[in-house]
Design a protein around this ligand. Structure first.
Ligand code: NAD
Length: 385
C-alpha cells in the first residue's frame, strides 16, 4: 500500500509525560527527532514523577519544557496551548490503574473523560485556522472488553469495557471521535496492549513483582493467574505512536500489540526464573514467594489485538524480542533500586488495591520536584493540587 508523505512536527505538547509511557516517549523523541520541541504538561498525580525526566532540559537545551498543569482545568490547558503553540498534541494523561478505578472511580471519569474533552475543546478553539495539526489519543485495548480463548480485537470490534478505568478510557475515545467527525478536528487513536519497560510505577504487575521478589515478600497472583495479556515493550508502543502521528490517517484508530500472550501466572513464573538467574537468592527460587489471592472484581479473561492495520499501512513492527526485553527491564529495575525505593517508602508501599468499593476520591496531586526539570508554571496555576 502506498504511504502518504509524513507530517513534519515542530512543537509537540504531551500530556501525562511524567508517567511511565510518557517518560519513554519524551526520551525517544528528544533522542531521535532533534527538530521537535517538546512540552510536557502534567499534573503530577501519584503516578507522575519528575525524577524520570531529570536533566533533560540540560541535555537538550531549549527542546524540553515542563508545564505543571491539569487537563481538567480549562484555563491551564488554554494557557499551555498558547505557550507551546503545538502542531501536535498526544494525550497520555490518565488515571491508569484498574484496581484504583474500583476504589475511586470518579477521579477516572474526571481525568479520562472530562479532562480529555477539555483538551479537545481547547485544541479546536486554538487550531481552527491551522492547516496541519493532530490530536492523538493514547487509548488501550481494554476498551474492547474481554475475549474468550480465541480471537483478536480489531479496530472495528465494538467497545465493551468492564472496569471503571476502561469505561472512562472508552468515554474519552468516543469524545475524540466526535470532535473529529463533528468539528473536523484532525484526530487519531491508538489501542495498545499491556506495556512493560523502564520507569513503570511499581503498582503494575511486572515492576511490582520484581520489587516484591527483591524484598522477599509474597508475589500475589489474582485468582488462578489464568488471565491472559499481550505484552509489548514500551519503546515499541512509543515508535507506533510516532508513526501514527506523522503518517497515520486522520480520523483513524490503530491497534498496537506484540502478538505475545502470557497468562499472569506464566509471566510471574518466567520473571522468577529470570531473577533466579540474574540475582539468585540464598533462600532458593523466587517462585516460592508466589501466592494466590482473591481475584480482581470484573477481571477480564483475555486481551489480544490484531495490529495488522498498523503493520500494513505504516510498516510498524515490534523491535523487541520479549525475553530479551524482559531481561533488559529486570536489569533496569535492578539498577534503579533507589527509584523504586523512593516510591515504595513514599507514594505507594505495594498494598493490595481494588477489593473494596471506596467512597473517597483520591485526586491528590503532589507538587513534584522543581529542581529536576525546567518548570513552566501556567500563570495562576496552583501547584500541589
Ligand atoms: N501502561 C500500559 O500498559 C498502557 C497500555 C495501553 C494504554 N495505556 C494508556 O497510556 C497512557 C499512559 O499510561 P501510563 O502507564 O504511562 O500511565 P501512568 O499512570 O504511569 O501516567 C499517567 C500520567 O498522567 C498524569 N496525569 C494524571 N492525571 C492528570 C491530569 N488530570 N492532568 C494532567 N496529567 C495527569 C500523571 O501525573 C502521570 O504522569 C494512559 O492514557 C493509559 O490509559 C497504558
Amino acid at each position: 500500500m502506498s504511504q502518504s508523505p509524513a507530517r513534519s512536527i515542530r512543537s509537540l505538547l504531551i500530556t501525562g509525560g511524567a508517567g511511565f509511557i510518557g517518560t519513554n516517549f519524551i526520551r525517544l523523541i528528544l533522542a531521535e527527532h532533534p527538530e521537535v520541541e517538546v512540552f510536557n504538561l502534567d499534573a503530577l498525580s501519584y503516578a507522575g514523577n519528575l525524577d524520570n525526566l531529570a536533566g533533560l532540559d540540560g541535555i537538550y537545551p531549549g527542546k524540553y519544557h515542563f508545564i505543571h498543569a491539569d487537563i481538567r482545568d480549562e484555563k491551564e490547558v488554554k494557557r499551555a496551548l498558547s505557550l507551546a503553540q503545538p502542531d501536535t498534541v498526544v494525550n497520555f494523561a490518565a488515571e491508569s490503574h484498574v484496581d484504583r478505578s474500583i476504589d475511586t472511580p470518579l477521579v477516572f471519569v474526571e481525568t479520562n473523560v472530562l479532562g480529555t474533552t477539555i483538551l479537545l475543546e481547547a485544541c479546536r478553539r486554538t487550531w481552527k485556522n491551522w492547516d496541519d495539526v493532530r490530536f492523538h489519543q493514547v487509548s488501550t485495548d481494554e476498551v474492547y472488553g474481554s475475549l474468550g480463548s480465541t480471537g483478536l480485537f480489531r479496530e472495528d470490534t465494538p467497545y465493551a469495557p468492564s472496569s471503571p478505568y476502561s469505561a472512562s478510557k472508552a468515554g474519552g475515545d468516543h469524545l475524540v471521535r466526535a470532535w473529529g467527525r463533528t468539528f473536523s478536528l484532525s484526530v487519531s487513536i491508538s489501542h495498545s496492549s499491556n506495556n512493560y519497560g523502564p520507569w513503570q510505577f511499581p503498582e503494575k504487575l511486572i515492576p511490582l513483582m520484581i520489587a516484591n521478589a527483591l524484598d522477599g515478600i509474597l508475589l500475589p497472583v489474582y485468582g488462578q493467574g489464568t488471565n491472559i495479556r499481550d505484552w509489548l515493550h514500551v519503546e515499541d508502543h512509543c515508535r507506533a505512536i510516532w508513526e501514527i502521528i506523522t503518517r497515520g490517517a486522520a480520523g483513524s484508530a490503530y491497534n498496537v500489540g506484540g502478538d505475545n500472550e502470557w497468562s499472569n501466572l506464566e509471566l510471574i513464573r518466567l520473571l522468577c526464573s529470570r531473577l533466579d538467574a540474574l540475582r539468585p537468592r540464598s533462600a532458593g527460587s523466587y517462585a516460592a514467594l508466589i501466592t494466590f489471592v482473591p481475584d480482581r472484581p470484573g477481571h477480564d479473561a483475555r486481551y489480544a489485538v490484531d495490529s495488522s492495520r498498523l503493520r500494513q499501512e505504516l510498516g510498524w513492527c515490534p523491535r523487541f524480542d520479549f525475553r530479551q526485553g524482559l531481561d533488559m527491564t529486570i536489569a533496569w529495575y535492578l539498577d534503579h533500586q533507589d527509584w523504586v525505593r523512593t516510591i515504595r517508602t513514599g507514594k505507594y508501599a505495594g498494598d493490595r488495591l481494588g477489593l473494596r468499593a471506596g467512597t473517597g476520591q483520591d485526586g491528590s496531586r503532589n507538587g513534584g520536584d522543581a529542581a529536576s526539570g525546567k518548570i513552566l508554571r501556567c500563570p495562576n496555576a496552583g501547584c500541589g493540587k
